[in-house]
Design a protein around this ligand. Sequence first.
Ligand code: UT7
Length: 335
Amino acid sequence: MEGINFNQIGVSFKGSGSYVPDQILTNPKISQKVDTSNEWIKSRTGISERRISSIGDNVTEMGYAAALSAIEMAHWDIKTIDLIILATSTPNDLFGSAPSVQAKLGAFNAVAFDLTAACSGFLFALITASQFLKGGSFKRAIVIGADQLSSFVDWNDRRSCILFGDGAGALAIEATNEFDNFIGFDMRTDGGRGSFLNLPSKNNKDSIIDDIDFLSGGFSSIQMNGQEVYKFAVKEVPIILEKLLKKMKYNSDQVDWLLLHQANQRILDSVGERLKIPREKILSNLEKYGNTSAATIPLMMDEAVRDYRIKQNDIIATSGFGAGLSWGAALIKWG
Ligand code: UT7
Protein backbone atom coordinates (compact mmCIF):
# COMPACT_ATOMS: atom_id res chain seq x y z
CA MET A 1 0.00 0.00 0.00
CA GLU A 2 1.51 3.33 -0.99
CA GLY A 3 1.57 6.34 1.33
CA ILE A 4 -1.19 8.81 0.53
CA ASN A 5 -0.80 11.94 2.68
CA PHE A 6 -3.99 13.87 3.23
CA ASN A 7 -2.52 16.51 5.56
CA GLN A 8 -4.09 14.50 8.29
CA ILE A 9 -3.89 15.79 11.83
CA GLY A 10 -6.10 13.50 13.79
CA VAL A 11 -7.96 10.27 14.30
CA SER A 12 -11.67 9.66 14.50
CA PHE A 13 -13.36 6.54 15.93
CA LYS A 14 -15.96 5.28 13.47
CA GLY A 15 -17.01 1.79 14.55
CA SER A 16 -16.57 -1.14 16.91
CA GLY A 17 -17.21 -4.85 16.72
CA SER A 18 -16.65 -8.00 18.74
CA TYR A 19 -17.04 -11.75 18.73
CA VAL A 20 -16.97 -14.45 21.41
CA PRO A 21 -17.24 -18.23 20.94
CA ASP A 22 -20.46 -19.97 21.98
CA GLN A 23 -19.01 -22.43 24.50
CA ILE A 24 -19.39 -21.17 28.08
CA LEU A 25 -17.16 -22.47 30.85
CA THR A 26 -18.70 -21.49 34.19
CA ASN A 27 -16.96 -21.41 37.59
CA PRO A 28 -18.89 -24.47 38.84
CA LYS A 29 -17.74 -26.37 35.73
CA ILE A 30 -14.06 -25.38 36.30
CA SER A 31 -14.49 -26.56 39.91
CA GLN A 32 -15.13 -30.05 38.55
CA LYS A 33 -11.69 -29.97 36.92
CA VAL A 34 -9.44 -28.26 39.52
CA ASP A 35 -9.63 -27.73 43.27
CA THR A 36 -11.41 -24.36 43.34
CA SER A 37 -14.91 -22.96 43.88
CA ASN A 38 -17.28 -20.42 42.41
CA GLU A 39 -16.95 -18.40 45.65
CA TRP A 40 -13.13 -18.29 45.49
CA ILE A 41 -13.00 -17.29 41.81
CA LYS A 42 -15.81 -14.74 42.12
CA SER A 43 -14.42 -13.04 45.22
CA ARG A 44 -10.75 -13.01 44.09
CA THR A 45 -11.29 -12.06 40.43
CA GLY A 46 -14.92 -11.05 39.73
CA ILE A 47 -15.11 -13.68 36.97
CA SER A 48 -18.18 -15.97 36.70
CA GLU A 49 -17.64 -17.54 33.30
CA ARG A 50 -15.50 -17.38 30.19
CA ARG A 51 -15.85 -18.38 26.51
CA ILE A 52 -13.78 -21.20 25.05
CA SER A 53 -13.03 -21.64 21.35
CA SER A 54 -14.11 -24.77 19.62
CA ILE A 55 -13.31 -26.02 16.14
CA GLY A 56 -13.75 -23.10 13.74
CA ASP A 57 -13.18 -20.38 16.36
CA ASN A 58 -9.52 -19.61 15.73
CA VAL A 59 -7.99 -16.13 15.88
CA THR A 60 -8.52 -15.49 12.17
CA GLU A 61 -12.22 -16.40 12.36
CA MET A 62 -12.83 -14.45 15.57
CA GLY A 63 -10.83 -11.45 14.35
CA TYR A 64 -12.67 -11.49 11.02
CA ALA A 65 -16.09 -11.52 12.71
CA ALA A 66 -15.15 -8.63 15.04
CA ALA A 67 -13.62 -6.61 12.19
CA LEU A 68 -16.62 -7.13 9.91
CA SER A 69 -19.01 -5.83 12.52
CA ALA A 70 -16.80 -2.76 13.16
CA ILE A 71 -16.71 -2.09 9.39
CA GLU A 72 -20.50 -2.39 9.22
CA MET A 73 -20.91 0.12 12.06
CA ALA A 74 -18.55 2.49 10.26
CA HIS A 75 -20.49 2.03 6.96
CA TRP A 76 -17.20 1.59 5.10
CA ASP A 77 -16.72 0.12 1.68
CA ILE A 78 -14.23 -2.67 2.47
CA LYS A 79 -12.06 -1.68 -0.49
CA THR A 80 -11.31 1.67 1.19
CA ILE A 81 -9.45 0.08 4.13
CA ASP A 82 -5.71 0.80 4.02
CA LEU A 83 -4.37 -0.93 7.13
CA ILE A 84 -5.29 -3.91 9.32
CA ILE A 85 -3.35 -4.58 12.52
CA LEU A 86 -4.17 -7.75 14.40
CA ALA A 87 -2.95 -7.78 18.01
CA THR A 88 -2.61 -11.37 19.11
CA SER A 89 -0.29 -13.72 20.96
CA THR A 90 -2.06 -16.79 19.66
CA PRO A 91 -2.17 -16.57 15.85
CA ASN A 92 -3.41 -19.69 14.13
CA ASP A 93 -0.47 -19.18 11.78
CA LEU A 94 2.84 -18.32 13.46
CA PHE A 95 3.82 -16.41 10.33
CA GLY A 96 0.88 -14.08 10.99
CA SER A 97 -2.89 -14.30 10.86
CA ALA A 98 -3.67 -10.72 9.81
CA PRO A 99 -3.31 -11.39 6.05
CA SER A 100 -5.88 -14.19 6.29
CA VAL A 101 -8.29 -11.78 8.04
CA GLN A 102 -7.62 -9.35 5.17
CA ALA A 103 -8.38 -12.05 2.60
CA LYS A 104 -11.59 -13.16 4.34
CA LEU A 105 -12.77 -9.54 4.49
CA GLY A 106 -11.83 -8.95 0.85
CA ALA A 107 -9.86 -5.85 1.96
CA PHE A 108 -7.55 -6.15 -1.04
CA ASN A 109 -6.22 -2.59 -0.82
CA ALA A 110 -5.06 -2.95 2.77
CA VAL A 111 -1.76 -4.05 4.22
CA ALA A 112 -2.24 -6.40 7.16
CA PHE A 113 0.16 -7.56 9.85
CA ASP A 114 0.20 -9.04 13.35
CA LEU A 115 1.48 -7.27 16.44
CA THR A 116 2.33 -9.14 19.63
CA ALA A 117 2.32 -7.51 23.06
CA ALA A 118 0.11 -9.95 25.00
CA CYS A 119 -2.57 -8.15 27.03
CA SER A 120 -1.19 -4.74 26.02
CA GLY A 121 -1.39 -5.78 22.37
CA PHE A 122 -4.60 -4.03 21.41
CA LEU A 123 -3.50 -0.76 22.95
CA PHE A 124 -0.07 -0.96 21.28
CA ALA A 125 -1.78 -1.76 17.95
CA LEU A 126 -4.20 1.15 18.33
CA ILE A 127 -1.30 3.50 19.07
CA THR A 128 0.65 2.12 16.09
CA ALA A 129 -2.30 2.50 13.71
CA SER A 130 -3.03 6.02 14.95
CA GLN A 131 0.56 7.05 14.17
CA PHE A 132 0.18 5.80 10.57
CA LEU A 133 -3.03 7.80 10.25
CA LYS A 134 -1.72 10.98 11.85
CA GLY A 135 1.47 10.71 9.81
CA GLY A 136 -0.58 10.84 6.63
CA SER A 137 0.37 7.40 5.32
CA PHE A 138 -3.06 5.81 5.57
CA LYS A 139 -6.65 6.95 5.84
CA ARG A 140 -8.67 4.01 7.20
CA ALA A 141 -7.53 1.32 9.61
CA ILE A 142 -9.01 -1.67 11.38
CA VAL A 143 -7.38 -2.54 14.68
CA ILE A 144 -8.22 -5.98 16.03
CA GLY A 145 -7.45 -7.66 19.35
CA ALA A 146 -8.06 -11.42 19.27
CA ASP A 147 -6.74 -14.23 21.42
CA GLN A 148 -7.32 -17.89 22.04
CA LEU A 149 -5.45 -18.42 25.29
CA SER A 150 -7.53 -21.50 26.10
CA SER A 151 -5.15 -23.42 23.83
CA PHE A 152 -2.16 -22.45 26.01
CA VAL A 153 -3.66 -22.59 29.50
CA ASP A 154 -2.61 -25.43 31.77
CA TRP A 155 -6.09 -26.67 32.63
CA ASN A 156 -4.65 -28.40 35.70
CA ASP A 157 -3.18 -25.18 37.16
CA ARG A 158 -5.88 -23.61 39.34
CA ARG A 159 -3.73 -20.48 39.91
CA SER A 160 -4.03 -19.43 36.28
CA CYS A 161 -6.70 -21.45 34.42
CA ILE A 162 -9.58 -19.67 36.16
CA LEU A 163 -8.62 -16.32 34.63
CA PHE A 164 -8.57 -16.73 30.89
CA GLY A 165 -11.07 -16.94 28.04
CA ASP A 166 -11.22 -16.44 24.27
CA GLY A 167 -12.63 -13.64 22.13
CA ALA A 168 -12.04 -10.77 19.74
CA GLY A 169 -12.81 -7.08 19.40
CA ALA A 170 -12.09 -4.48 16.75
CA LEU A 171 -12.21 -0.75 16.12
CA ALA A 172 -12.52 1.11 12.81
CA ILE A 173 -10.51 4.33 12.91
CA GLU A 174 -10.10 7.03 10.30
CA ALA A 175 -7.71 9.91 9.69
CA THR A 176 -9.22 13.35 9.65
CA ASN A 177 -7.92 16.89 9.11
CA GLU A 178 -10.61 18.51 11.26
CA PHE A 179 -9.97 17.35 14.84
CA ASP A 180 -8.09 14.72 16.84
CA ASN A 181 -9.96 12.26 19.04
CA PHE A 182 -6.78 10.33 19.81
CA ILE A 183 -5.74 12.75 22.52
CA GLY A 184 -2.56 11.15 23.84
CA PHE A 185 -0.77 7.95 24.75
CA ASP A 186 2.15 6.40 26.56
CA MET A 187 3.63 2.89 26.39
CA ARG A 188 6.21 0.98 28.44
CA THR A 189 7.89 -2.41 28.69
CA ASP A 190 10.18 -4.01 31.26
CA GLY A 191 11.63 -7.28 30.05
CA GLY A 192 13.49 -7.60 33.34
CA ARG A 193 10.22 -8.63 34.93
CA GLY A 194 9.15 -10.79 31.98
CA SER A 195 9.33 -14.03 33.92
CA PHE A 196 6.25 -13.02 35.99
CA LEU A 197 4.04 -13.95 33.05
CA ASN A 198 5.10 -15.76 29.93
CA LEU A 199 4.33 -18.45 27.41
CA PRO A 200 7.78 -19.82 26.57
CA SER A 201 8.69 -21.97 23.63
CA LYS A 202 9.29 -25.63 24.33
CA ASN A 203 11.84 -27.14 21.98
CA ASN A 204 12.71 -30.79 21.86
CA LYS A 205 16.12 -31.76 20.58
CA ASP A 206 15.93 -34.00 17.57
CA SER A 207 18.24 -34.95 14.79
CA ILE A 208 17.99 -34.04 11.10
CA ILE A 209 20.70 -36.38 9.96
CA ASP A 210 23.82 -37.92 11.56
CA ASP A 211 25.38 -35.27 13.86
CA ILE A 212 23.12 -32.34 12.83
CA ASP A 213 20.58 -31.51 15.54
CA PHE A 214 17.55 -29.33 15.36
CA LEU A 215 15.03 -28.11 17.91
CA SER A 216 11.45 -28.99 17.09
CA GLY A 217 9.09 -26.07 17.61
CA GLY A 218 6.30 -25.79 20.14
CA PHE A 219 5.14 -23.94 23.20
CA SER A 220 4.61 -24.82 26.82
CA SER A 221 1.63 -23.46 28.77
CA ILE A 222 1.10 -20.08 30.43
CA GLN A 223 3.44 -19.54 33.39
CA MET A 224 2.25 -16.88 35.80
CA ASN A 225 3.25 -15.46 39.15
CA GLY A 226 -0.19 -14.04 39.93
CA GLN A 227 0.78 -12.02 42.96
CA GLU A 228 3.65 -10.26 41.19
CA VAL A 229 1.50 -9.47 38.15
CA TYR A 230 -1.18 -8.14 40.46
CA LYS A 231 1.31 -5.88 42.30
CA PHE A 232 2.76 -4.67 38.98
CA ALA A 233 -0.70 -3.77 37.64
CA VAL A 234 -1.99 -1.89 40.67
CA LYS A 235 1.27 0.09 40.86
CA GLU A 236 2.10 0.90 37.23
CA VAL A 237 -1.35 1.41 35.70
CA PRO A 238 -2.35 4.36 37.94
CA ILE A 239 1.09 5.93 37.40
CA ILE A 240 0.95 5.77 33.60
CA LEU A 241 -2.65 7.01 33.52
CA GLU A 242 -1.99 9.85 35.98
CA LYS A 243 1.04 10.99 33.98
CA LEU A 244 -0.89 10.86 30.73
CA LEU A 245 -3.82 12.85 32.12
CA LYS A 246 -1.42 15.45 33.48
CA LYS A 247 0.51 15.66 30.20
CA MET A 248 -2.67 16.16 28.21
CA LYS A 249 -4.00 18.65 30.83
CA TYR A 250 -7.00 16.55 31.83
CA ASN A 251 -8.39 15.96 35.33
CA SER A 252 -9.68 12.55 36.27
CA ASP A 253 -13.16 14.05 36.77
CA GLN A 254 -13.19 14.91 33.04
CA VAL A 255 -12.92 11.19 32.27
CA ASP A 256 -16.30 9.66 31.36
CA TRP A 257 -15.05 6.07 31.27
CA LEU A 258 -12.11 4.19 32.68
CA LEU A 259 -11.53 1.22 30.37
CA LEU A 260 -8.81 -1.06 31.67
CA HIS A 261 -7.61 -4.41 30.42
CA GLN A 262 -10.09 -6.80 32.02
CA ALA A 263 -7.78 -8.91 34.20
CA ASN A 264 -9.26 -8.88 37.67
CA GLN A 265 -12.10 -6.79 39.17
CA ARG A 266 -9.88 -6.03 42.18
CA ILE A 267 -7.28 -4.46 39.84
CA LEU A 268 -9.99 -2.37 38.17
CA ASP A 269 -11.33 -1.18 41.56
CA SER A 270 -7.88 -0.41 42.94
CA VAL A 271 -6.85 1.66 39.87
CA GLY A 272 -10.21 3.48 39.94
CA GLU A 273 -9.69 4.32 43.62
CA ARG A 274 -6.16 5.63 43.03
CA LEU A 275 -7.37 7.86 40.19
CA LYS A 276 -10.49 8.89 42.14
CA ILE A 277 -12.73 7.64 39.35
CA PRO A 278 -16.05 6.39 40.77
CA ARG A 279 -17.12 2.79 40.25
CA GLU A 280 -19.98 3.66 37.90
CA LYS A 281 -17.44 5.06 35.44
CA ILE A 282 -15.32 1.89 35.40
CA LEU A 283 -16.29 -0.35 32.51
CA SER A 284 -16.26 -4.05 33.35
CA ASN A 285 -17.48 -7.17 31.62
CA LEU A 286 -14.93 -9.67 32.93
CA GLU A 287 -17.66 -11.40 34.89
CA LYS A 288 -18.87 -12.83 31.55
CA TYR A 289 -15.64 -13.28 29.63
CA GLY A 290 -12.67 -13.37 32.03
CA ASN A 291 -9.33 -12.19 30.65
CA THR A 292 -9.38 -12.47 26.86
CA SER A 293 -5.88 -10.95 26.56
CA ALA A 294 -5.59 -8.61 23.55
CA ALA A 295 -9.37 -8.73 23.08
CA THR A 296 -10.54 -7.30 26.43
CA ILE A 297 -10.41 -3.58 25.62
CA PRO A 298 -12.21 -3.62 22.23
CA LEU A 299 -14.65 -6.29 23.47
CA MET A 300 -15.63 -4.04 26.37
CA MET A 301 -15.66 -0.94 24.21
CA ASP A 302 -17.95 -2.54 21.65
CA GLU A 303 -20.40 -3.65 24.33
CA ALA A 304 -20.54 -0.16 25.86
CA VAL A 305 -20.89 1.55 22.45
CA ARG A 306 -23.70 -0.77 21.40
CA ASP A 307 -25.67 -0.39 24.65
CA TYR A 308 -25.24 3.43 24.44
CA ARG A 309 -23.17 3.83 27.60
CA ILE A 310 -20.30 5.26 25.53
CA LYS A 311 -21.69 8.24 23.64
CA GLN A 312 -20.32 10.60 21.02
CA ASN A 313 -17.53 12.79 22.49
CA ASP A 314 -17.20 10.77 25.72
CA ILE A 315 -13.67 10.85 27.11
CA ILE A 316 -12.20 7.37 27.67
CA ALA A 317 -9.01 6.72 29.64
CA THR A 318 -7.79 3.27 28.69
CA SER A 319 -4.88 1.11 29.78
CA GLY A 320 -3.57 -2.29 28.76
CA PHE A 321 -1.04 -4.24 30.80
CA GLY A 322 0.38 -7.72 31.02
CA ALA A 323 3.11 -10.03 29.80
CA GLY A 324 6.41 -8.57 28.68
CA LEU A 325 5.96 -7.02 31.13
CA SER A 326 4.25 -4.36 29.05
CA TRP A 327 1.80 -1.59 29.77
CA GLY A 328 0.36 1.42 28.03
CA ALA A 329 -2.33 4.05 28.22
CA ALA A 330 -4.34 6.15 25.81
CA LEU A 331 -6.75 9.02 26.22
CA ILE A 332 -9.40 9.11 23.51
CA LYS A 333 -12.66 10.82 22.66
CA TRP A 334 -15.28 8.54 21.14
CA GLY A 335 -16.51 9.56 17.70
O1 UT7 B 1 -3.27 -10.01 31.85
C1 UT7 B 1 -2.63 -10.18 33.07
C2 UT7 B 1 -2.92 -11.60 33.49
N1 UT7 B 1 -2.66 -11.93 34.85
C3 UT7 B 1 -3.27 -11.34 35.90
O2 UT7 B 1 -4.01 -10.41 35.79
C4 UT7 B 1 -2.98 -11.95 37.25
C5 UT7 B 1 -3.07 -10.95 38.38
N2 UT7 B 1 -3.19 -11.66 39.62
C6 UT7 B 1 -4.37 -12.07 40.11
O3 UT7 B 1 -5.40 -11.80 39.53
C7 UT7 B 1 -4.38 -12.80 41.41
O4 UT7 B 1 -3.07 -12.84 41.94
C8 UT7 B 1 -4.95 -14.27 41.29
C9 UT7 B 1 -6.43 -14.22 41.03
C10 UT7 B 1 -4.24 -15.02 40.19
C11 UT7 B 1 -4.72 -14.99 42.62
O5 UT7 B 1 -5.35 -14.28 43.67
P1 UT7 B 1 -4.56 -13.97 45.01
O6 UT7 B 1 -5.50 -13.28 45.88
O7 UT7 B 1 -3.30 -13.23 44.63
O8 UT7 B 1 -4.24 -15.42 45.55
P2 UT7 B 1 -2.85 -16.03 45.98
O9 UT7 B 1 -2.03 -16.38 44.80
O10 UT7 B 1 -2.25 -15.14 47.03
O11 UT7 B 1 -3.30 -17.37 46.67
C12 UT7 B 1 -4.03 -17.35 47.90
C13 UT7 B 1 -4.41 -18.77 48.22
C14 UT7 B 1 -3.25 -19.75 48.11
O12 UT7 B 1 -3.42 -20.73 49.12
P3 UT7 B 1 -2.56 -20.65 50.47
O13 UT7 B 1 -1.13 -20.71 50.05
O14 UT7 B 1 -2.92 -19.35 51.10
O15 UT7 B 1 -3.04 -21.84 51.21
C15 UT7 B 1 -3.47 -20.41 46.77
O16 UT7 B 1 -2.94 -21.72 46.71
O17 UT7 B 1 -5.40 -19.23 47.31
C16 UT7 B 1 -4.97 -20.45 46.72
N3 UT7 B 1 -5.48 -20.49 45.35
C17 UT7 B 1 -6.70 -20.95 45.06
N4 UT7 B 1 -7.68 -21.48 45.83
C18 UT7 B 1 -8.81 -21.84 45.21
C19 UT7 B 1 -4.88 -20.07 44.22
N5 UT7 B 1 -5.70 -20.25 43.18
C20 UT7 B 1 -6.83 -20.81 43.68
C21 UT7 B 1 -8.04 -21.21 43.09
N6 UT7 B 1 -9.00 -21.72 43.90
N7 UT7 B 1 -8.28 -21.11 41.77
